[in-house]
Design a protein around this ligand. Structure first.
Ligand SMILES: Nc1nc2c(ncn2[C@@H]2O[C@H](COP(=O)(O)OP(=O)(O)O)[C@@H](O)[C@H]2O)c(=O)[nH]1
Ligand SMILES: [Mg+2]
Length: 441
């Protein structure tokens, strides 16, 4: 189960939500089961899978459906958000050079990909316009310096090293040398000759104390799957200035498990390695990563739309509650209602005890009427929509003509608007909850 296959099976599971006629508990359970299967095959821990499943099941039916959206939209949004939370969280890491030179020290067990990643980082930062250099502090493995030079020199990145000297001494000299040369970024490759975590952490601490880097970056091999979480956790506890470089995500059967396990520890993954070549480095941006994994740009767009709509509605409610209900708000409300389908159906859905419900019934908001009103509202200027009191007789004539309706239609619209406004004003804070469900926030 490579990452690509994981993405494909997750996308397949999610797409079921778009295919079924109706979203009920049975469908959600099926989708969750498919997601579980995909994640477990990618070595995501059972614990994390259970948590994700519970969150999805709970949220899909608990979250309110904003006007103009459906339960299906909510289900898609929830599944997307939970997968995002599992595989990276929403925030991208900060890659900031807070001082110059900025010294990054790489640590990690042998074979995890430190030397390769050191060259990748140098390549990345050089492309960012930073004057970048490398130091080889691995005097344990024969040929380590040669390996680093071979990787980095084609990109014009200088490498400092001396296999005969003590590594700490080499690093100190190297930093001094590159500081004189006015370098912005220095990346230190270390030996990491240990196979287990405890010894690695100890070595890392000793090195960090001697070198005092600005950032310690743990290199973790994604092929180790959920075990990566254990390593990340120890490391995260041992150093407050740590970040993670997750290597070999290309084709790693257990890459998903490694990713989820590390994310769960709260450790920050900054870069991922997606191949043996120096250019095969990526900044880890969770949202972009999950979007690509699922191959669903549309899904992200939907989530953004729902969020934007909710924010907008929240704003509107606050304005309305503070006594400012404009024709523009009225227009938005009519538009939202129309998106939901036949008006009679919408009225059934509105929560009881609501001012708008009463007035709607009283005034018999028919489809034809709403169509005329929308046309009229479209013919109004922004000024008129925001300050309806300026609409006098001559404006009414102009609007009616522009909209192809009668002046009586316009007056009718204004009367209804004023009535609703009056009723809304009476809505006290106590009824805020009703308002919230009405506006679907
Ligand atoms: N496929 C793949 N291989 C990688 C990646 N990063 C490192 N490697 C390979 O992993 C092996 C060990 O890498 P090396 O940098 O020498 O690890 P070190 O012992 O930690 O310095 C080498 O064969 C690298 O080519 C990666 O992102 N993808
Ligand atoms: Mg190495």
């Amino acid at each position: 189960m490579t990452l690509r296959r994981l993405g494909e099976s997750l996308a397949k599971a999610v797409s079921k939500l778009g295919r079924v006629a109706f979203i009920d508990r049975k469908v959600i359970k099926e989708v969750i089961r498919d997601i579980q299967r995909a994640l477990l095959m990618a070595d995501v821990s059972v614990e994390l899978v259970v948590k994700l499943s519970e969150n999805i099941e709970k949220r899909v039916f608990e979250e309110e459906v904003p006007l103009g959206f459906t339960r299906r939209d909510i289900a898609l949004k929830v599944v997307y958000e939970e997968l995002l939370k599992l595989l990276g969280g929403e925030k991208s890491p900060e890659i900031r050079v807070t001082k110059k030179p900025y010294v990054v020290m790489l640590v990690g067990i042998q074979g995890s990909g430190k030397t390769t990643s050191a060259a990748k980082l140098a390549y990345f930062f050089k492309n960012q316009g930073l004057k970048t250099a490398l130091i080889c502090a691995d005097n344990f493995r024969p040929g380590a310096l040669v390996q680093l030079k071979q990787l980095a020199e084609p990109y014009g990145v200088p490498v400092y090293g001396d296999p005969q000297k003590d590594p700490v001494k080499v690093v100190k000299e190297g930093i001094e040398y590159f500081t004189k040369g006015k370098f912005d970024m220095i990346i230190v490759d270390t030996a990491g000759r240990h196979k287990e975590e405890a010894a690695l952490i100890n070595e890392m601490k000793a090195l960090a104390k001697a070198i005092t880097p600005d950032e310690v970056m743990l290199v973790i091999d994604a092929t180790m799957g959920k075990q990566a979480g254990v390593q990340a956790l120890h490391f995260h506890k041992a150093t407050p200035i740590g970040s993670i470089f997750l290597t070999k995500l290309d084709g790693a059967a257990k890459g998903g498990g490694a990713l989820a396990a590390i994310v769960a520890t709260g450790a920050k993954i900054k870069f991922i390695g997606v191949g043996e070549k120096v250019e095969e480095i990526e900044v880890f941006e969770p949202t972009a990563f999950v979007n690509r994994l699922l191959g669903m740009g549309d899904l992200r767009a939907l989530v953004d739309k729902i969020r934007a709509y909710k924010a907008l509605e929240k704003d509107r409610i606050e304005r309305i509650l503070s006594g400012k209900f404009t024709l523009l708000d009225f227009k938005e409300q009519l538009r939202a209602m129309r998106k939901m389908g036949p008006l009679s159906k919408i009225l059934e859905l509105l929560p009881g005890g609501l001012a708008f419900k009463v007035s709607s019934a009283e005034l018999q908001l028919t489809e034809t009427k709403i169509k005329k009103w929308m046309a009229a509202l479209d013919s109004m200027t922004e000024e008129e929509l925001l300050s309806p009191s300026i609409i006098d007789r001559s404006r009414i004539r102009r609007i009616a003509k522009g909209a192809g309706v009668t002046t009586k239609d316009i007056k009718d619209l204004l009367t209804t608007y004023n009535l609703i406004k009056k009723q809304l004003k009476r809505v006290s804070k106590r009824r805020f909850k009703y308002m919230q469900s009405f506006f679907g926030v």
